[in-house]
Write a protein that binds this ligand. Sequence first.
Ligand code: URA
Length: 248
Amino acid sequence: MNTEGERLQKVLARLGFGSRRLCEELIADERVTVDGEVAVLGCRVDVETALVEVDGAPVGIRPDLVYYLLNKPAGVITTADDPQGRPTVVQIVPDEPRVFPVGRLDADTEGLLLLTNDGELTHRLTHPSFGVEKEYLTQVKGEPSRAEVRLLREGVELDDGPTARARVTLVEPTLMRIMIHEGRNRQVRRMCEAVGHPVVRLVRTRIGPIVDRRLRPGDWRALARDEVRELEVATGAGKPVGRPGPDR
Ligand code: URA
């Protein structure tokens, strides 16, 4: 038995699986495995090296997984490979291990973009049922009225259906902060166009819990371990995909 590391129930509680007691129940119910073995109450794990899974979904951080946060400049394409040879986001970050963008930003959109080789987290971050909120600073043409801002909040009709409720604040007469938890194609641009104010400049400033006001356009950094954990908590890691927890 491993005598190093932290008690498993404490690790799980920190990762957002509920109180220490609830985490003990998860272990007692044999829903937790460490390196493929059903975990026993009181066991200790080294989160740096152990593969901890709840209901078969990995939690914690594996050393082979990398997570980058990029401040995408305008004009760079969100794809792993552009047949037209335009500059892509993956060219900005290290080649090895190979990473993929999490979702996409339009060529003209700037701001925060995650790239990773963690397919599980990518799936959870892009799966609509998890609804991770993204925030955009949105410069528009003309000055949206209060009624138009309300419309954006309550939902506007797009050609692929109405948008869900959004959080929208007017920062300046032509600048809005728009927070959406859907990830439809060109959604913010289409929403603004639908209320008569086409987007002039669009910058993503937050992905769920992840913000960085100091990262300059074109720069990237690795996510801190705590940030990866926060993303896992935000996407309900350990809960089966397609069935978000009761708190969402
Ligand atoms: N909404 C858009 O319209 N474009 C993006 O790149 C992201 C969100």
